[in-house]
Ligand binder design. Structure first.
Ligand code: NAI
Length: 473
């Protein structure tokens, strides 16, 4: 496999969760590997301005809310007046990001992956310019990720901190009085939750008639009820057409999604979170004759090969959910494929998690998708549900919100999907993904011994509800 004619066996473009994992695995497999990354630190959007910093703010703001809104007092922990030290919270966030990005640099050194600092541009399929160097590689993996989708009429200016995208919303140096979030998807709800907990009034404007597109219908409905209960204002079926900034205020023009009379809404901070788009500009794809699909993505086969020989692609630039763990798994698989092994990603079992409080998670088909696949025949699927209110651990912790639902094939009992809202749903969903990966039936889950008392028992009980009856209901 190794060829002396090329500088490297593998050049990965981009050091996000897809790219850095691909590079490390390729090096572990004995391939001479380099990874091009223009950012000052490794880890891509996820580690620098995405998954990791947002989780630091979610964790800190949850602690603040527990202290300030009586949860700690309820459990006998008395505090004096609770104050927010935002610079301290931001400092903790920055420390976590630094430790993790430094960790990737350490892993690159340990595995002998060369980090080529700079923007990569294809000269031909095996030749790539990175800053003032030109390197050749037998295999090139495009792992350039995605960036925030702009909204016409609403210009993001993160430095000013008034109209921001997710990067700006992670770095605010004050708690807004009124934050308007445009887009009721994952980013809008996670970052909207952070600033609501820290004291902002938050209004979410969503184009569709429900939050969280792509998730199970029942989950989307219950999520909206819970966010409203927490004090978020939700404006569904509504679009923003314009934003005008005057002094410290932004005036937004809102219209019903279906058209109609417009109205205005004032905010001192607007977060634009209407989705992300693949990063393919400036890569020189023309030079290698690689065309994009109508959604701006690079199409690949199961081995992540593009139409251009020697060039593969993974992560947010190819179709599928734009999730770090999907990219990571593709990173491992693409390296194994390049090394002549069989690298596979089961795209039917990719969990998704919204890290709000409670957390929202799912894997596999939604009830709507399962029904559609069965040709609309209601008897073809069975659904078991169990409310967190009846789970002893959730009840003891005073976390009564949410439920688990298990969707199974009525004929074979094979689990088709699992959806849940629960304080620790992001952790609970792993067992559902593992069960589905092993082709489990609902009965398999129902007869698996679950430790008591744990939130996970709700998964067992929901599985019991598919064929028979749960015990605690
Ligand atoms: P998203 O696709 O999750 O949600 C965007 C929302 O904006 C949708 O509900 C859409 O209907 C709405 N929208 C679109 N245009 C609009 C308009 N003009 N006015 C009002 N609403 C509009 O995208 P989001 O939240 O920006 O996240 C981007 C990506 O990052 C997603 O693919 C997501 O999966 C990923 N991500 C994942 C996280 C996680 O796994 N916990 C956390 C953050 C992001």
């Amino acid at each position: 496999m190794a060829s002396q004619n090329y500088d490297y066996d593998v050049l990965v473009i981009g050091a996000g969760p897809g790219g850095y994992v691909a590079a490390i695995r390729a090096a572990q497999l004995g391939l001479r590997t380099a990874c091009a990354e223009a950012r000052e630190t490794l880890g891509g959007t996820c580690l620098n301005v995405g998954c990791i910093p947002s989780k630091a703010l979610l964790h800190g703001s949850e602690l603040f809310e527990a202290a300030a809104h009586g949860t700690l007092a309820r459990f006998g922990v008395k505090t004096a007046e609770v104050e927010l030290d935002l610079p301290a919270l931001q400092g903790e966030k920055a420390a976590a990001v630094r430790e993790l990005t430094d960790g990737i640099a350490f892993l690159f050194r340990k595995n002998k992956v060369d980090w080529l600092k700079g923007q990569a541009v294809f000269r031909d399929a095996h030749t790539v310019a990175v800053a003032d160097r030109t390197v050749t590689a037998r295999n090139v993996v495009i792992a350039t990720g995605s960036s925030v989708m702009p909204l016409p009429g609403v210009d993001v200016d993160n430095a000013r901190g008034m109209i921001v995208d997710s990067t700006g919303a992670l770095a605010l140096d004050r708690v807004p009085e009124h934050m308007v979030v445009i887009g009721g998807g994952v980013i809008g709800l996670e970052l909207g939750s952070v600033w609501r907990r820290l004291g902002a009034k938050v209004t979410v404007v969503e184009f569709l008639d429900a939050l969280l597109p792509g998730m199970d219908g029942e989950v989307r409905k219950e999520a909206a009820r819970l966010f409203r209960k927490q004090g978020m204002e939700l404006r569904l079926s509504t679009k923003v057409t314009r934003a005008v900034t005057r002094g410290r205020k932004v005036t937004l023009t809102l219209e019903p999604a279906a058209g109609g009379d417009s109205e205005t809404l004032e905010a001192d901070c607007v977060l634009v979170a209407i989705g992300r788009r693949p990063n393919t500009e400036g890569l020189g794809l023309d030079a290698i004759g690689l065309a994009l699909n109508p959604r701006g993505q690079i199409e690949t086969d199961h081995q992540f090969r593009t139409k251009v020989d020697g060039v593969r692609a993974i992560g947010d630039v190819i179709p599928g959910p734009m999730l770090a763990h999907k990219a990571e798994d593709e990173g491992i698989a693409v390296a194994e494929n390049i090394a002549g092994q069989i690298g596979i990603v089961n795209h039917g079992v990719i969990p998704s998690v919204v890290y709000t409080s409670p957390e929202i998670a799912g894997v596999g088909l939604t009830e709507e998708q399962a029904l559609e696949k069965a040709g609309g025949e209601k008897g073809a699927i069975r659904v078991g549900r169990f409310p967190m209110l009846a789970n002893s651990r959730a009840k003891t912790n005073r976390e009564p919100d949410g439920f688990v639902k298990v969707i199974a094939d009525a004929g074979t009992d094979r689990v088709l999907g699992v959806w849940m809202i629960a304080s620790v749903a992001g952790t609970m969903i792993a067992q559902a993904a593992q069960a589905m990966e092993f082709g489990a039936t609902s009965e398999d889950i129902a007869y698996t011994c679950h430790a008591h008392p744990t939130h996970s028992e709700a998964v067992k009980e929901a599985a019991m509800a598919v064929l028979g009856k749960p015990i605690h209901m």
